[in-house]
Design a protein around this ligand. Structure first.
Ligand SMILES: Cc1cc2nc3c(=O)[nH]c(=O)nc-3n(C[C@H](O)[C@H](O)[C@H](O)COP(=O)(O)OP(=O)(O)OC[C@H]3O[C@@H](n4cnc5c(N)ncnc54)[C@H](O)[C@@H]3O)c2cc1C
Length: 378
């Protein structure tokens, strides 16, 4: 009987294993940790934003967006929902197209996949951190204390982001051993670092603001949502979305009152002065803004509508949700099979494809798992 080894038991590895096992193929997941899907259980603030109905390659970064578009055409967000509901549960979109399990528990999605794998008789080896993958007519995956022979192998070992979930980028070496390259990596969907002097005293303040990202004066992102000031910069929903586009040297401009026009603000400040400011923004912000404006009302007005912070970088992989970079899609065929070694497939974040905040990265895990399963089954 054909044996397929899946290296990594995250969202992509588990999905690929279910799809292969449903075709009657014997699969073994080799997972370095003690549990499957630990990161999946933590997604969407524990609520599991599994996909987005506003789907398309324009929401992704990749070295081959054409291939991403074709992949999404073959297995898109509705296919992902259909697949998940075929195991159990109900998945519903919110007003922004973000799809969650109706019970809003990411761990329930992991449990669904785990349960299905068990029912299908898929094998799982825990504590198997694959350190060597070789080919001599069949694949051999080796880890401390064990090895497995397989007819095909799927590398679904994730990227570098959130290493506390077992993803430290060490698995790239398994592909490099077959001649693959690794596109330069960086953390994405992560806090932006800014000049600490400019955010000092603002830590903990949250605003439902507008956020624009400017590069040499040109707008590269505009969004609305939570902006949270931190010790070293800014965080929050719209900042995570902006970090998909951000580069060092960009200027993040925060509109602290996106629902109030400049005219209305100018007139309020004119009438009421410093006391009025306390009725417009919170205490800490009012103090910091007044200090920065130095009594200049025009400057204060500008700061309220366009509070500028130069982006100095991002926090590291420990704080990031996703990795930019990895195995180039250009080194795979349409089913994500390696162009260097027939029978070797890739799925998930290990590939050089990452999506915006909002369910796009789990969708990529499902889409790529589907393609790899279709290819490996052949
Ligand atoms: C806090 C957080 C919240 C997120 N929220 C969302 C969200 O709401 N929506 C969304 O779309 N995306 C979200 N993401 C991103 C999303 O979770 C990932 O992109 C997705 O899980 C990637 O799936 P994967 O299977 O490729 O990799 P992973 O889920 O990272 O799984 C890889 C697995 O491989 C194992 N492994 C690694 N190396 C080896 C090896 N050498 N041998 C054996 N096993 C190995 C790891 O232990 C791990 O279990 C979030 C990420 C984080 C960190």
């Amino acid at each position: 009987m054909k044996q397929i080894a899946i290296i990594g038991g995250g969202a992509a590895g588990m999905t690929c294993a279910v799809m292969l096992a449903r075709k009657g193929i014997h699969v073994t997941i080799l997972e370095r940790g003690a549990r499957l899907g630990r990161k999946l259980s933590a997604t969407g603030n524990g609520q599991g934003n599994v996909t987005n109905l506003r789907m398309g390659a324009e929401h992704y970064y990749s070295d081959d967006l054409g291939k991403v578009a074709r992949a999404l055409g073959r297995f898109g967000s509705e296919d992902a929902v259909r697949f998940l509901e075929s195991i159990g549960g109900i998945f519903l979109p919110d007003g922004r197209g973000r799809v969650y399990p109706a019970g809003r528990q990411a761990s329930a999605v992991t449990d669904l996949l785990r349960g299905e794998l068990k029912r299908l008789g898929a094998e799982v080896v825990f504590g198997a951190k694959v350190e060597k993958l070789t080919y001599d007519g069949r694949f051999t995956a080796e880890w401390e204390g064990g090895s497995l022979r397989a007819d095909a192998a799927v590398l679904a070992a994730g990227g570098r982001a959130a290493p506390n979930f077992g993803t430290d980028g060490s698995a790239y070496a398994l592909a490099e051993a077959f001649g693959h390259t690794v596109a330069p990596c960086s953390p994405r969907l992560v806090q932006l670092r800014c000049d600490p002097a400019l955010v000092r005293g603002l830590k903990g303040i949250r605003a439902d603001g507008g956020l624009a990202l400017l590069r040499r004066g040109k707008e590269v992102f505009r969004g609305r949502g939570d902006v949270l000031f931190t010790e070293s910069g800014i965080s929050g929903d719209s900042v995570f979305r902006a970090s998909f586009y951000a580069e060092k040297g960009d200027v993040a401009e925060i509109d602290l009152l996106p629902d109030v026009t400049e005219e209305r603000l100018a007139s309020a400040l004119k009438e009421s002065g410093a006391e009025g400011l306390l009725c417009i923004v919170n205490n800490g912000l009012a103090r910091a803004l007044s200090a920065r404006a130095g009594g200049d009302r025009e400057k204060l007005l500008r700061l309220l509508k366009r509070f500028p912070l130069t982006v100095r970088g991002t926090l590291g992989y420990e704080y990031a949700q996703v990795t930019r970079g990895g195995i180039p899609l250009s080194e795979t065929d349409e089913r994500l099979m390696s162009l260097k070694r027939r029978g070797l497939f890739f799925a998930g974040e290990i590939l050089n494809t990452d999506g915006e905040c909002g369910g796009y990265n789990l969708q990529w895990a499902f889409t790529s798992a589907y393609l790899a399963a279709e290819g490996a089954a052949e």
